[in-house]
Design a protein around this ligand. Structure first.
Ligand SMILES: [Zn+2]
Length: 126
């Protein structure tokens, strides 16, 4: 969907922000086991994924923004498209929000590291 070399490619595919080849996470989201476990370094280019202790604390802000955006969108969709009451919309958005927690957490980390690491296509050698 997104071209290799763009930040959106790295974020949407959970790939290394530097080489766009190695995986950020040890397992896929579908496996539902150890879904938050990241590699310490890129398996392809050796980019350090743990830049400093507590590096991913900042990803909480990204996760907050993503979750807020989702909640607002879900509420508006439920109220204006499906004609739910406010309480029904809120309940629906919260249930959906819990289902999206793993995806949002992984996306937030991928976005966070993409802010700090630039794409270098020639860095595919370990
Ligand atoms: Zn890499």
């Amino acid at each position: 969907m997104f071209k290799k070399g763009s930040k959106l490619y790295s974020i949407s595919k959970f790939k290394c922000p530097r080489c766009h080849e190695g995986d950020l996470y040890k397992s896929s989201l579908a496996s539902m086991q150890g879904i938050y476990n990241m590699h310490d370094n890129c398996p392809k280019c050796n980019q350090d994924y743990q830049k400093e202790p507590g590096f991913y604390w900042g990803a909480m802000y990204i996760g907050y923004a993503l979750s807020s955006g989702y909640m607002l969108s879900a509420m508006v969709l439920c109220i204006f498209v499906f004609d739910f009451t406010v309480n029904q919309s809120f309940a629906t958005a919260i249930v959906g929000g819990f289902l999206f927690v793993p995806l949002v957490a992984r996306l937030a980390r991928a976005i966070w590291i993409n802010i700090y690491v630039k794409y270098k296509p020639s860095s595919n050698k370990v």
